[in-house]
Design a protein around this ligand. Structure first.
Ligand SMILES: [Zn+2]
Length: 130
């Protein structure tokens, strides 16, 4: 068996997937060939090595990419809840103002001003939105 034949079988040899005859042929070649023995040692080192730090980081980044939209959604939902609370208190405030406006006796100054057509055009009541 020569080097070209043996190289593709080295991983299978490492994994114990070769039959007895091919395995013996590989092993006898490896005893004679330092290059293939070295290649086998490299394959073994690669297979047994823990993941490189960069690979670990990539995995973490991928996980993070999945987590972040989730966190973003949670943050947006929390903000929406706050805004809903704020709207509720604002609308309560508006109701109170409406009630106060209805119950308040008409102010002479205000009704005079509103009765004047030229003032009405240029002056907007602070309650025009209510
Ligand atoms: Zn060889």
């Amino acid at each position: 068996m020569d080097c070209e034949t043996i190289r593709p079988k080295l991983m299978a040899l490492l994994d114990g997937e070769l039959g007895d005859d091919p395995r013996r042929a590989c092993e006898s070649h490896l005893e004679r060939c330092a290059v293939c023995a070295q290649t086998l040692a490299e394959f073994q080192a690669i297979r047994d090595a823990p993941p490189a730090p960069s690979e670990t980081f990539d995995v973490w980044e991928a996980v993070q990419a999945q987590i972040e939209p989730e966190m973003l959604t949670q943050a947006l939902l929390a903000e929406m809840r706050l805004m809903r609370e704020e709207m509720r208190s604002l609308s309560a405030e508006v109701s109170e103002l409406r009630l106060a406006l209805k119950q308040a006796p008409p102010s002479p100054a205000r009704s005079t001003a509103l009765d004047l057509p030229y003032v009405r055009k240029s002056t907007r009541s602070p309650f025009h939105l209510v």
